[in-house]
Design a protein around this ligand. Structure first.
Ligand SMILES: [Zn+2]
Length: 359
């Protein structure tokens, strides 16, 4: 008979062995319930193995048509508080089907940022929406990849090209770290994964889905002062080489009741997706911005789902119309079409709400 002490020791050793043998814990994921149009799932770590088993890996969904065609990549959630992006990508994955070509979708690029509450501290981490199948949780995360315990931000962030970002915290901002470094910082690893996906999958065009500070000025009840709104929302941004294409897309969108402005990357401002993808690959890059009223540093008590001026339904409807226009332009942009069916349109979202298009 083993003594009680021996059995306890043996039990602890066995438990340790089991724990060590378990595969690495997967990173945080948002709730996506793929529909019939999703034909495969990969991980960003399939394109950058340095992400494997870390908090920064994230699923890449594949929607492959039965007929050959172009190849496009959509990613949302670079900044995890910009929730119209992940939500629109989720609606696409749950409802749409690609008939020609292949679409890759990353609904939450910044998994670690989504795993923590917004550092502005005004919006709860979990928001509840009523859907076809009951209640579902939408996550509202932070802008940047969170610091690990014991880490701190440098006074400034120097991009590998030498460009200096004055705010040192930007070393954790995915959209300041393109084209990335394979075994670099977490943000550099994520960016390298995206670039590698574009190269290996021969992506002809990509869309990086964002939200920006709403244009209206806000009154901060904490000091009684009024602060200006942002200027970036309602825009479609691209590399200067492709600005004419963005303008054509904006004219088409106007006919469908979506009014955006075309913007271009500032050459020399390094690390942004549209600039680095446009410079470093043949992929035609776009970035979309809808207004999130809760993003203003001085916005207090704003509900990012039910705001009177910028409800989530309106922002998602705009993003879905941008997806439709972008994919509809794919043949013109890249020489090969990506045809999608079942994407809800602006009118449907406005009439039924986003919950009607979530399982
Ligand atoms: Zn953003």
């Amino acid at each position: 008979m083993f003594s009680l002490r021996f059995r306890r020791l043996f039990g602890a050793a066995a438990l340790l062995l089991v724990v060590c043998a378990l595969p690495a814990k997967a990173a945080f994921q948002i709730d996506v319930r793929p529909g019939y149009g999703v034909t495969g799932r990969k991980w960003l770590s399939d394109y950058n193995p340095a992400l494997r088993g870390t908090d920064y890996d994230t699923p890449v969904y594949v929607m492959e048509g039965t007929e050959p065609g172009g190849r496009a990549l959509l990613f949302a959630g670079t900044h995890s508080r910009e929730i119209a992006g992940p939500l629109s990508a989720t609606i696409l994955l749950e409802n749409a089907r690609v008939t020609r070509g292949t679409l890759f979708v990353i609904p939450c690029l910044n998994a670690a940022g989504m795993s923590v509450p917004d550092s502005l501290g005004q919006v709860p981490h979990e928001l509840v929406v009523q859907t076809r199948g009951g209640k579902r949780v939408l996550y509202y995360g932070d802008r940047r990849i969170p610091l690990k315990s014991g880490e701190s931000d440098p006074p400034e962030f120097v991009h590998p090209t030498g460009y200096v970002h004055k705010d040192g915290a930007e070393w954790r901002n995915i959209n300041r770290n393109y084209p990335g470094v394979a075994e670099g910082t977490p943000a550099q690893r994520v960016c390298f994964g995206v670039m590698e996906l574009i190269r290996r999958e021969k992506i002809g065009t990509n869309l990086d889905v964002h939200e920006a500070t709403a244009p209206e000025s806000v009154l901060d009840p904490r000091d009684g002062k009024t602060y200006p709104g942002g200027t970036l929302s309602y825009s479609l941004i691209t590399h200067p080489k492709y600005i004419d294409t963005a303008i054509e897309m904006i004219f088409d969108l106007e006919d469908r009741g979506v009014n955006l402005k075309a913007e271009q990357s500032i050459p020399g401002f390094r690390g942004i997706s549209h600039y680095e993808i446009g410079e470093g690959t043949g992929c035609v890059p776009f970035l979309s911005e809808t207004p999130n009223p809760a993003q203003n540093d001085h916005a207090v008590g704003i509900d990012p789902l039910h705001d009177a001026k910028h409800p989530i339904g309106e922002r998602v409807a705009i993003q879905l119309e941008i997806f439709r226009e972008w994919l509809g332009s794919c043949e013109k942009i890249t020489g090969a079409p990506v045809v999608i069916e079942g994407l809800p349109d602006k009118k449907q979202i406005e009439e039924s709400g986003v919950g009607a298009f979530l399982r």
